[in-house]
Design a protein around this ligand. Sequence first.
Ligand code: SD4
Length: 330
Amino acid sequence: MLTAAAAMPAAGFSQQKRPLKNGPIVLSTWDAGLEANIPAWAVLEKGGQALDAVEQGVRHTEDSINCCVGLGANPDRDGRVTLDACIMDHNHNCGSVAFLERIKHPISVARRVMEKTPHVMLVGEGAQQFALAEGFSLEPDKLSAAAQSAYADWLQQSQYKSPTINRENRNDHGPFAPTRLQNGEWNHDTIGMLAMDSQGNLSASCTTSGAGFKMRGRVGDSPIIGAGLFVDNQVGACVATGQGEDVIRVAGASTVVELIRHGRTPQQACAAVIQRIIQIKKERAKDIQVAFIALSNQREIGSYAIHPGFSFAYKDAQRNELIKAQSWFK
Ligand code: SD4
């Protein structure tokens, strides 16, 4: 039987290394978070807003030529890259785009949806039309060199195997498999970011190419407010990564935030929702990866994953470091 994952220490933080009592904080998923935290921090250290920080941070990752977030990412089964992103601020304002093609910065389109429309979410052609009307450029309809070669490999078998994502087994070629960068490091198809600014306000962002070689039209959790990302300034913020279908099933990010509201630490809340997914998936939990990171309005941080191999980047005025998350399977 699965036991409750209670009383776990904050991931990676010893007694001596707790978040600072004051000042901004930024957290982001996976190794690319270390770099993304820098432009986010540049906003925060000048007294800027968490909302601007989380947009600037993940824009950096969308821009990165070596990264599989954004237009350089693996395509869907039809050979087209389709992107999802969302953003949420401390006042429950939120915006989201999904199934967006040929636009470089989906996170900024999501922010425009939030600020310039009466809606929360735009998808596909409508999202692209909106982006063009807002002055975003239509990028060339072509795959990056890395994506072209990954797609050619995938086409040889054209198998849509069950995703075994973001595991430490770097030979995995599943739909969410990490991509090897030129510097030898590994990168992922998603970045999620949480920030608290010097006013104590929280915001969050997430941007992804979703699952490589997905069915055309597939959308995961990342642009779904409440599943992939949620912010309640009175409580905390959470962002998910990994197999989106299983995050949606448990309304992942909002469930984490609700558990914090009811007294769990961010660490306990992340662990409890991972445990819920494991209970639902049973044996099949071995084949999927899901991870959450969370930040409470009391400045506590937490993270938990199904499998080892997930890290998140933590930045405050003193440090920017990669922290290995705890996981259900060891
Ligand atoms: C999705 N959650 O589209 C995203 C993928 C992801 O690391 O986070 N991969 O399901």
